[in-house]
Design a protein around this ligand. Sequence first.
Ligand SMILES: [Zn+2]
Length: 530
Amino acid sequence: MPGEPSITFHGAAGGVTGSCFLVEHGGGSFLVDCGMFQGSKTVRELNWRPFPFDPSSIGTMLLTHAHIDHSGLIPKLVKAGFTGRVHCTRATADLLAYMLPDSGFIQEQDVRRLNFRNRLRGRGEVEPIYTREDAEASLDRLHGVDYGKWIEVQPGARARFWDAGHLLGSASIEVELTEAGRTTRILFSGDLGPEKKPFHDGPDGPEKMDWVVVESTYGGRQRPDVDDATRQAMLAEEVRKALALGGNLVIPAFAVERTQELLYDLDRLFDSGALPVTEVYLDSPLAVRITGVFEKYLPHVNQPGTPPPFRRGNLHLVESTEGSKRLNRLAGGAIIMAASGMCDAGRIRHHLKQNLWRRNATVLFVGYQAPGTLGRILQEGAKTVRIHGEEVQVHARIRTLDAYSGHADQTALLNWTRERMPVSRGIILTHGEESQRIALRDRLAEAGIDGTRILTPALDERIVLTGSGEPPVEMVAERLPGGHLPERDWHNSYAETVLALSQRLQTAPDDPTRADLLRRVRAALGLETA
Ligand SMILES: [Zn+2]
């Protein structure tokens, strides 16, 4: 219907990553988030494709928080002609000042490696999605706002940021659209934090909305309520067991917040004597700088009479490449933290290469691992993995400590949604693997919410925010079949098949067995038997 506002879900619909919602209304159009797609190759390829809208026609943008799956395509958006402001909290802007250039650097490096392989295969070269320079140029667009204060977004649209308790600076964004005397109130949850978390209180938000767009990352999961003391005790146990083996403890950690939470907990454990003072290497220039932003916004983490958690004598902040390479000589007894948290980029891959084959090493996952990432593949028990084109045997202990979470679990999501009631028109579920999203939908329906008012848009689907009746839903740009972000694709399956074949050949008892295996594979491929 002309004149009705609409939201088109150009990311974090039918999957978790690539958050990007396009709001169109009588006064113009704006984006809520513009994130990078992560996970399987099919999903990541969307980052290279043109936006399914004209960036130069978008007036402005509201950004919920600094995580790359919400902010990571801002430089690409600016490069493609977006000239508006990006409204975000001041802490988000400070975090992005380091995170976006780092992301640009990662794009450049990935493409350099890819082009090297492409040259060997006689294929053409590709350009990075954006460079560090592009990212630095896009920082001018960021415009810091305060929680709780209305801002004018564009004619007929205003917005207010609420603390989402998910990450330093994270927000849920309340939007009011007014057209021809009718006001439509929409709340975008952004990512929601749990009710208990270091550094933050539980998420906050307004009530009496028309539409609520809510994330469903853990829509089907219950997590135990873990307080500070319990979480620290669990971490201490993992660290003690890892160090007792004599090897290194390698912790893939997101540079933002998870790293600082770990440093904070380790600091408490060292100070209390629960852990012997152990050398900790934070090998991530990004995490080192981000830690500085945390110090600025969270001065209260410092305890009187003990060293500040982020400036301890046994904490080594490693920024230079040479310093990072020197860590390769550490055969054991150290805690090495590095990014990226899902092991799909960054220095952690070097440390995994150095430690995965060691039987006395431990890799401890402390964060969510998206399907298809190296982190998830290790968690699922792979015996061999490929890192930088090389095959690496996995002998290290692979552990997961499920005590840290940036996300509300099912109960917290239900509570948060209930606190927004009454919601007059609809609840739109986004940002979750399909099983999680369906689980949340079912629980909301059980809790008495009319099931026809709970919507689960696919990627690139538009929902028209009508004042009454069933809202029209249409697919506007089907970039992936059915608007579904596949968690696994043939690339995952190919990599697993090649590894399995190589492993079978290695472990076969004798050459005739190997020859027989190859004969069967060749027959399946229709090749002549050698
Ligand atoms: Zn997030």
